[in-house]
Ligand binder design. Sequence first.
Ligand SMILES: C[S@@+](CC[C@H](N)C(=O)[O-])C[C@H]1O[C@@H](n2cnc3c(N)ncnc32)[C@H](O)[C@@H]1O
Length: 189
Amino acid sequence: MEQTIIIEHLEPKVWPWCKIEYESISQIIPKNNLWFTNIRYEEEFLKNLGKVSKESIIDMKLEKACILDPNAKETLTPKDAKQFKYFIIGGILGDYPPKKRTKEELTDKLHNIPARNLGKKQFSTDNAVYVLKKIIDGTPLNKLQFQNKITIKINEVESVDLPYYYPLINGKPRISEKLITFLKNKKDF
Ligand SMILES: C[S@@+](CC[C@H](N)C(=O)[O-])C[C@H]1O[C@@H](n2cnc3c(N)ncnc32)[C@H](O)[C@@H]1O
């Protein structure tokens, strides 16, 4: 892989849910091509997954970079992706309805860096990376399959809805087993 994927961590802590998503990203992107920036916590854990920096991407002068933002006007295509060396993704947990944090905390602050969407619907950070990697590898967005929202059964009576957009792999929504276990053990929602 030639490009570098940069996760700009934008949550106040590296929550357990973030760690699960970042581990899931490391199964998609080789360690040498993955950076975590703006890191104040969990440095040792993240060092196992990629390069770690305390510095924010806002202060790094990167050339040939692209921000992935659901509110960007243009959709990333395989041809378009070839011109970029760095792809910046928000280390932001999903929220519903989306608060446009990527636009406010990344796109609006990095005026000189172009932004692209992966469609208008919200993916989790790891699924955004999955879709991005597919596009980098030559598959356009309209050749991928998706499902809107999944419901995880917690026990006989309880379930939790995840109102995000999920890429389908062999007809099944992509979600890590660790996240399912984490949700099943979580007491409050
Ligand atoms: C869970 S999303 C957070 C989205 C946040 N609620 C917002 O409105 O900006 C985490 C990251 O995945 C990427 N992402 C998710 N869905 C995307 C999409 N449809 N297009 C481009 N990037 C996306 C963005 O980089 C985003 O910062």
